[in-house]
Design a protein around this ligand. Structure first.
Ligand SMILES: NC(=O)c1ccc[n+]([C@@H]2O[C@H](COP(=O)([O-])OP(=O)(O)OC[C@H]3O[C@@H](n4cnc5c(N)ncnc54)[C@H](O)[C@@H]3O)[C@@H](O)[C@H]2O)c1
Length: 425
């Protein structure tokens, strides 16, 4: 059985490690600098919440002794024939990268690596980094030669939180290699490890570009849907009706409009292109359009309510999307800013967060005893808990702004409240 080291046992790394450890071909060493993570994995417990199937996979690998964790990356790498790197790069809102964590992981890999090892990077990266930054760094610290003494691959991670296990077996795995031998080794590894289709591309850079291009595609198409929704609103046309009708034609795939795009992928990775020469055109414009949606929505609320000064506005959902506990780049942060600029008093509710996790954003965490204080509600993340929310409890609320176009307009209007969606009057 070959040894595989997975470096970084986070939300993506742990599911990967657990799947590899259960595939029957590999013994997996998970390397992470966080001792709590390592201790938990060594007790057969997953530290990642809300990931269907993961608890069971980690427990099973623990029982069969095919997954163990360590804080010593170099040592784990020295015992392994395959190394997978899924340590994040930190990005600021404008995509500027801080390589601190991944650079130090790569340094440890360079210290431990032995001849013949395949190193596969999965972290989303600007094109060129696998070869020029990390491959060269391993060469420098190990004294080995890329493509001869060790092999290098890039295979982007394209999964979505909450369905990682399912996505890993159902999407084809895009695989690239520094040379043919790297590509062959990586393709064979992922085929065995994930039992999914393999889609080979011709260079490390093409694979790196693929993942960023997917994010740009989503961002640009959401921006288009948002632009159409704003225009539909002007013409008093219901955008959701239009999208349904338009998408009945096979070449039309208009995305859903909404109050903004959040998370640490779609609003961030387009900057890997924008900061590297693609600084004019649709990619940049789309970022702007999507980030402006929060301001647009607050403008709609102000049209209905008049001045927002002192108005108590409740935002439903701190998370960037429903059923995920992830505040990174959430549209709620832009809504808070826009509402505060209009001097509104902002309340935020999110069943996935504790009150102190919400109050650190400078807002009032919402408790049900405050129902009657609320003047308007903005739905931002459609968690399951909001599916049967009782709007009638908000006796003084005159407006519901449905930022995801999912609420029942007629039910809200029956309560004497106004309803506005994004592109729905
Ligand atoms: N989370 C997602 O939805 C998602 C989706 C697709 C792709 N990705 C990609 O996966 C990458 C990882 O994301 P994540 O959500 O798993 O991150 P995460 O923050 O959940 O986990 C990262 C882990 O890496 C560990 N780590 C940091 N520095 C280390 C080092 N030097 N050595 C060893 N371990 C180290 C941390 O302790 C942490 O456990 C992202 O940067 C992105 O490129 C993420």
């Amino acid at each position: 059985m070959k040894n595989v080291t997975v470096v970084g046992l986070g939300k993506i790394g742990l599911p990967l490690a657990a799947i590899f450890a259960n595939c029957g071909h590999f013994h997996v060493l998970g390397a992470d600098i966080n001792k709590n993570v390592v201790d938990k994995v060594n007790q057969g417990i997953s530290h990642v919440d809300n990931e269907p199937g993961l608890d069971e996979l980690v427990a099973k690998a623990y029982q069969s002794k095919t997954l163990e964790a360590t804080v010593n990356t170099a040592e784990a790498v020295s015992k392994s024939e395959i190394v997978v790197v899924i340590v994040p790069v930190l990005t600021k809102g404008n995509g500027k990268i801080n390589y601190q964590y991944i650079d130090s992981a790569v340094e440890e890999i360079g210290k431990g690596i032995k001849k013949g090892t395949l190193v596969s990077f999965e972290t989303t990266l600007p094109a060129g980094d696998t070869r020029n930054r990390f491959g060269r760094a391993i060469e420098r610290s190990s004294g080995l030669t890329m493509g001869v003494d060790f092999f290098l691959s890039y295979s982007p991670e394209r999964v979505y939180s909450n369905r990682i296990i399912k996505d890993l077996s159902s999407y084809p795995k895009v695989v690239s290699g520094y040379n043919q031998q790297s590509l062959d080794l990586a393709s064979d590894f992922y085929k065995k490890g994930l039992n999914c289709d393999i889609l080979q591309v011709s260079s490390l850079e093409a694979a790196e570009f693929t993942k960023v291009a997917e994010c740009v595609y989503r961002d640009v198409n959401i921006a288009l849907a948002n632009e159409l929704a704003i225009y539909a609103n002007k013409l008093d046309v219901n955008i959701m009706e239009v999208i349904k009708a338009a998408n009945s034609e096979p070449y039309s795939n208009i995305h859903l409009p909404g109050i903004g795009v959040g998370g640490h992928c779609i609003p961030v990775y387009p900057y890997f292109f924008i900061n590297n020469g693609l600084d004019e055109g649709l990619t940049t414009l789309s970022r702007q359009i999507n980030d402006d949606m929060a301001k647009y929505a607050v403008g709609l609320a102000a049209e209905k309510l008049g001045s927002l000064k002192g108005k108590r506005i409740l935002i439903l959902g701190l998370s960037f999307r429903g059923n995920v506990k992830e505040p990174t780049k959430s549209s709620t942060l832009l809504l808070i800013e826009a509402l505060k600029n209009k001097k509104a008093e902002v309340y935020v509710d999110d069943p996935l967060f504790e009150a102190d996790e919400i109050s650190k954003y400078g807002v009032t965490p919402f408790f049900s005893q405050d129902n009657e204080k609320i003047d308007a509600i903005i739905l931002q993340a459609y968690h399951d808990e909001y599916k049967d929310i009782d709007f009638s409890a908000f006796k003084n609320c005159s407006l519901v702004l449905d930022g995801r176009n999912v609420l029942d307009k007629s039910e809200i209007e029956k309560l004497g409240m106004e309803y506005i969606g994004i592109g729905i009057k």
